[in-house]
Design a binder for this molecule. Structure first.
Ligand SMILES: C[S@@+](CC[C@H](N)C(=O)[O-])C[C@H]1O[C@@H](n2cnc3c(N)ncnc32)[C@H](O)[C@@H]1O
Length: 244
């Protein structure tokens, strides 16, 4: 059963679940409204025109629909809204109709997220918002990111990033976490580094724009500059940060 609700300027049908979990029929977490508010605010502040936007792990589609409803029309060429869950796919289409989104402003697909990015890219803005560790989607996101494009990444595996599970952090992020008063700061830096190292091999330098830690997640926004020299500079900064 779906409930009708409102978030930002968008109306939304979402599951009437008592508890939020990845086992929901279609995932929607009202606590992440701030996460979505800040994505809208950042894109408004950047003010870029005719953006090709990708929301490849979309759940109900709320994020992409909010971009369409809340950003000036001139800012959006189109939004790719993708989720591999068939129930999410049909709910995204219902939510687009509910919000009277014009055909052409949104393209809805039901693919693996990486495949959707590689088939439809390049994009000026990509929002990676997975369950847990974002690593499996970084490679395709970086490949599909246009020059000067922005990559937003959410990580909810904070126990790894903050050092509760150091082995998981080493395995997934190739970094040593710190458990203590600095753990959120170091966790964000580990996440940024992981995304930057994933991009360097494609001669892309990802420059952090804005990052924060809140509730159960960490979030980073990075702008893509192209060129081997710029990518080398990022790698060199990371190496110097590691070698005393
Ligand atoms: C955390 S939820 C996304 C929430 C959504 N971005 C929002 O703001 O409400 C993650 C979503 O990714 C989808 N998903 C998980 N793995 C996927 C994959 N490999 N390809 C495409 N979708 C995937 C799940 O079905 C789920 O809807």
């Amino acid at each position: 059963m779906y409930l009708k609700m409102k978030e930002g300027n968008a109306e939304l049908l979402a599951p009437a679940a008592k508890t939020v979990s990845s086992r929901m029929e279609v995932f929607y977490n009202p606590v992440m409204k701030l996460n979505r508010d800040l994505s809208v605010a950042l894109l408004k502040a950047v003010g870029k025109k005719r953006m090709r936007i990708a929301d490849p792990l979309a759940g109900t589609g709320i994020r992409g629909i909010r971009f369409i409803r809340e950003l000036p029309k001139s800012q959006i060429e189109y939004v790719l809204i993708n989720d591999k869950n068939p129930k999410a796919y049909s709910l995204i289409n219902r939510n687009l109709r509910l919000n009277k989104v014009k055909p052409g402003k949104a393209v809805v697909t039901r693919k693996d997220a990486s495949m959707s990015l590689l088939e439809h890219g390049p994009f000026d803005y990509i929002d990676i918002d997975p369950f847990g560790f974002p690593g499996p989607f970084i490679d395709a996101a970086v490949k599909a990111l246009a020059r000067n494009g922005i990559l937003a990444v959410t990580a909810t595996d904070t126990a790894a990033l903050c050092g509760t599970y150091p082995k998981v952090c080493r395995r997934n992020y190739w970094a040593e976490p710190m458990h203590g008063p600095m753990m959120y700061e170091t966790g964000l830096r580990i996440l940024i580094r992981r995304v930057q190292l994933g991009a360097a091999g494609y001669e892309k330098a990802l420059i952090p724009l804005f990052s924060y830690s809140r509730d159960h997640y960490m979030r980073v926004f990075l702008r893509c500059e192209s060129g081997a020299k710029k990518a080398d500079d990022v790698v060199s900064m990371q190496l110097h940060a590691c070698i005393p």
